[in-house]
Design a protein around this ligand. Structure first.
Ligand code: NAD
Length: 431
């Protein structure tokens, strides 16, 4: 099929590349000219495992092209995906200006039947808004489909290629049938394709993210209670997670959730529920626990050192999770900023997010060239993102580089007894 994907961010670029990989003829559109120039030269603006190969190969084989010209892409395509950002607005609602602007331009430029697909995460009712806007601009027939994306950054290509399920919200059979056939190559192994109304599809995405955020905040509270009673959250987690009704994933305590989705999606779900006079009480607690958890490591450091003034703190991990360079809403941001405010010198290292970090912290942090370099003269190490390469370091070398062998592990990547053997004072979460 001929496809346009508008927005070449973490979602749009993956969707475009994966749809090209199954033989479709895809044009990706972005209004950011620098990004499009880079992509045309075969350079990938973000870090996402496996994505560069996919983009370069499909571009070389003429199934994937990049443009800033929306009209050209709309004329070329039967199906148009809208995958632009829906950032948090001032009142916590999802800001739909980019989605609606694209919808208007699609309406203005389409010259026959089109399927317009909302891939962005959008509040319930947005498909109806998109339909109304396009309808004002064109006489041609069209279908609006809501197709929320469930991929995880860091495993986005794999997730799109092998989805747990595909959700298609559609109001007419023509649009639904085209989407089901487009997804066939990805659902051959039996992943369900769920066709439903647009409102349910839109809400499903928020409910999924909010439930995952709830699990994280819940386990963070369990970890805090473990500390009060001398229980071990790893044991508790294993016992709880082996219950088949609960399952083992997403039960790891830590420094709170971040990223471009959970914080804003939790807020937006509360916001559009409140618009209908519904008070989503659970999510208020989820958010407040998360805010507190993002400050836990600094509280632990203060409990250990007293004042943090003139202390040198090494930070391992800045991205909001491993295998991405994305620092949107990353817990590392408030951690580093609070440490700096309290007079500490902060030496940071992340395998992929150093350039992004420079843009956020500027001259306030020292940027190490590798994980060991960050430890030079440090009074303590704080582990904020659980990159695989931090899991088996050379502990002797670490001890020698640091002023004092003290670790605050915000991701529980080591065993307390092992760290004692290595001669570290080791603080982790809920153990
Ligand atoms: P992003 O910020 O990485 O990318 C958005 C892109 O859209 C940018 O490149 C921007 O230049 C482009 N854009 C904005 N307005 C445009 C316009 N009018 N015309 C053309 N291009 C335009 O965002 P993202 O992380 O890819 O997220 C996109 C959507 O997908 C959001 O609604 C998000 O909530 C949702 N989502 C994200 C993830 C994720 O893991 N990042 C997962 C599932 C769903």
């Amino acid at each position: 099929m001929r496809i346009a994907v508008v927005g070449t961010g973490y979602v749009g670029l993956v969707v475009g590349a994966c749809l090209a990989e199954t033989g479709n003829d895809v044009i990706c559109v972005d209004k950011d000219e620098a990004k499009v120039r880079m992509l045309r030269r075969g350079k990938i603006p973000i870090y996402e495992p496996g994505l560069a190969d996919l983009v370069i190969r499909n571009a070389d084989e003429d199934r994937l092209a990049f443009t800033t010209h929306l009209g050209k892409a709309v004329k070329h395509s039967q199906i148009i995906f809208i995958a632009v950002g829906t950032p948090q607005g001032e009142d916590g609602s999802a800001d739909l200006q980019h989605v609606l602007a694209v919808a208007r331009d699609v309406g203005r430029t389409m010259d026959g039947y089109r399927v317009i697909v909302n891939k962005s995460t959008v509040p319930v009712g947005t498909a109806a808004k998109v339909r109304a806007i396009i309808g004002q601009e064109t006489e041609h027939p069209f279908s609006v489909v809501s197709n929320p994306e469930f991929l995880k950054q860091g495993a986005a290509v794999d997730d799109f290629m092998k989805p747990d399920r595909v959700v298609i919200g559609a109001e007419d059979e023509r649009g639904a049938d085209l989407m089901v056939s487009l997804y066939q190559p990805f659902t051959r192994t039996g992943a369900p394709v769920m066709v439903m109304d647009c409102a349910s599809a839109e809400l499903a995405k928020y409910a999924a993210n909010a439930l995952l955020a709830t699990r994280i905040s819940f386990m963070n509270e369990v970890a805090n209670v473990c500390e009060l009673f001398g229980a071990d959250v790893d044991r508790v987690r294993q016992a709880v997670g082996s219950d088949r009704r609960i399952g083992p994933s997403f039960l790891f305590p830590g420094v709170g959730y971040g990223g471009s989705c959970f914080p804003k999606d939790v807020k937006a779900l509360m916001r559009f529920s409140a618009d209908r006079e519904y008070d989503f009480k659970v999510l208020k607690a989820v958010e407040s626990v998360n805010e507190s958890q993002k400050r836990l490591l600094v509280r632990k450091m203060e409990a250990h050192f007293g004042s943090l003034k003139k202390r040198t703190i090494a930070i391992w991990g800045l991205a909001f999770k491993p295998k991405t360079d994305d620092m949107r809403e990353a817990p590392a941001i408030p951690i580093v900023k609070t440490l700096v405010e309290k007079g500490a010198k902060v030496q940071v290292y992340d395998p992929e997010a150093m350039d992004v970090a420079r843009g956020i912290f500027g001259a306030k942090a020292v940027y190490a060239k590798d994980s060991y370099d960050a430890l030079r003269g440090a009074d303590a190490l704080a582990i904020v993102t659980e990159w695989q390469q931090f899991r088996e370091p050379d502990f002797d070398r670490m001890r020698k580089l640091m002023k004092a062998p003290v670790i605050f592990d915000g991701r529980n990547i080591y065993h307390p007894h092992q760290m004692k053997q290595h001669g570290f004072t080791y603080n982790s979460i809920g153990r």
